[in-house]
Design a protein around this ligand. Structure first.
Ligand SMILES: [Zn+2]
Ligand SMILES: [Zn+2]
Length: 432
């Protein structure tokens, strides 16, 4: 009996010895928050648009160099790659995006952006209304924490600062510049996005699909023009286009399985010049959101069939059938790797309360982060939501969305939570 107990205690000891992973020192994270909030405010006050992230990327490169990373700049536009090697072990990619949006900030915060830039022949404000400034600061905070605690992990950190997320080009630029060929293929890829609905202090994790495939399509509808007073002399493309818009609504309601997700939105109708002229062409501009390739292909097929069918019904001849043009550059859906998201959920619960680790619903917005997991190497990736909303806004229910001029995160708590959760996830992954 004694011997049996002895054996159990030995095996428990050795089991504990092998799986014990260091816990993130939360006091250490908190101590660094003032530094990070200052950095956050300076990034927030100097937003740069997609493909123009020159000063932002320089700032980030300096931050990484300060804590011992080897940094390559101007990699795929203004992309940066920071490498910190620390012995034998896996490589973890952690990505931040860096770009802001062309819009005036209306938050009235003391550190609100006042930057104006030339845009489309005019002048426009710039604002980090998608929270990429919080992403960058979290990323720097995690780099600082991991580099200050190098005795607790072995492996390689690959921190990438990605340009041009808002226009869906940055990830592609960095991958095509040879990210994996030059710096190695990571074993895991992590990214986060600010949530405009989850409270600061929480994270939102979801299994499987988390963001949608996003693509654009144009439908050119042709007709036969005439005087507005003589519709019988025309085949009116305004009416044909209108019928197409209505029939497109049946794709979600009648063609796609009720349990599958899809959005078909006509965001713009362009045609005609004057009240009393029936034009001979109208263009519809669509955005299409799906998760799976099967649904995506079905939606394409139905858009073609509906456009052609309505045109035939209107009496248009074969040479005036609508032209459907699908934009080939689309952003694929984000799929969270099952094991990685499970491991992250456990890690998150080590550093924040269980009820602050929320289950997030999939959303039909898109993110080009998905591309890092879709190369031939099939790197397992996770993109999670970081709660950013200040308590007073949660209480009042006033929740401006991302890209709203009124959106702002609560930096202290968002940064503390983000740095702790990502650092713990990394420590646990390095121990596996
Ligand atoms: Zn955005
Ligand atoms: Zn964004």
């Amino acid at each position: 009996m004694k011997r049996f107990v002895f054996l159990i205690s030995i095996s428990l000891f050795s089991f504990g010895f092998f799986v014990a992973t260091p816990l993130v020192d939360l006091d250490g994270v908190t101590e660094d928050v003032d530094y990070l909030v200052d950095l956050y405010k300076s990034l927030h006050q100097s937003p740069e648009l997609s493909l123009q992230e020159k000063e932002t990327s320089k700032k980030l490169a300096n931050e990484l160099r300060k804590v011992g990373f080897e940094v390559t700049e101007n990699f795929g536009g203004y992309g940066i790659v920071g490498i910190l090697k620390n012995g034998e072990g896996p490589t973890i990619l952690y990505r931040t995006d860096m770009d802001a949006l062309p819009m005036y900030e209306k938050t009235e915060l003391p550190y609100a952006s006042k930057v104006e830039v030339p845009y489309n022949g005019g002048i426009v404000g710039t604002m980090h209304s998608c929270g990429h400034d919080i992403h960058m600061t979290n990323w720097v905070g995690t780099a600082r924490y991991m580099s200050q605690n190098k005795d607790q992990w072995k492996g390689t950190l690959m921190f990438i600062g990605q340009p041009a997320e808002e226009i869906g080009e940055g990830a592609k630029l960095m991958l095509e510049a040879g990210l994996y060929e030059k710096f190695g293929v990571p074993d895991y890829g992590l990214g986060l996005h600010s949530s405009p609905t989850l409270p600061a202090g929480t994270v939102g994790l979801s299994d499987g699909y988390t963001m949608a495939t996003a693509e654009f399509a144009d439908i050119k509808v042709f007709g036969i023009g005439a005087h507005g007073a003589s519709p019988h002399m025309s085949i009116d493309p305004v009416v044909v286009a209108s019928m197409i818009v209505m029939d497109l609504q049946t794709i979600a309601s009648r063609s796609v399985k009720p349990v599958d997700d899809v959005v078909v939105t006509v965001g713009a109708i362009k045609g005609g010049t004057k009240h009393n002229i029936i034009p001979d062409e109208v263009t519809l501009q669509l955005t299409i959101r799906t998760f799976t390739e099967e649904v995506r292909q079905l939606v394409h097929k139905r858009i073609e069939e509906i456009s052609r069918g309505v045109a035939i019904a209107a009496g248009l001849p074969e040479d005036k059938m609508p032209e459907v043009i699908f934009n080939t550059a689309f952003t694929p859906s984000n799929f969270n790797n099952t094991e990685l998201i499970q491991s992250m959920r456990k890690s998150a619960k080590k550093v924040i309360d269980d009820d602050k680790v929320m289950e997030a619903e999939p959303q039909m917005v898109a993110e080009d982060f998905s591309l890092y997991g879709l190369t031939e190497h099939k790197v397992p990736t996770v993109l999670f939501w970081l709660g950013t909303v200040p308590d007073h806004r949660i209480q009042s229910g006033d929740l401006p969305g991302l890209h709203s001029p009124f959106y702002y995160p609560e930096p202290e708590k968002s940064l503390e939570t983000g740095v702790a959760v990502v650092s713990q996830t990394m420590l646990d992954l390095f121990k596996q």
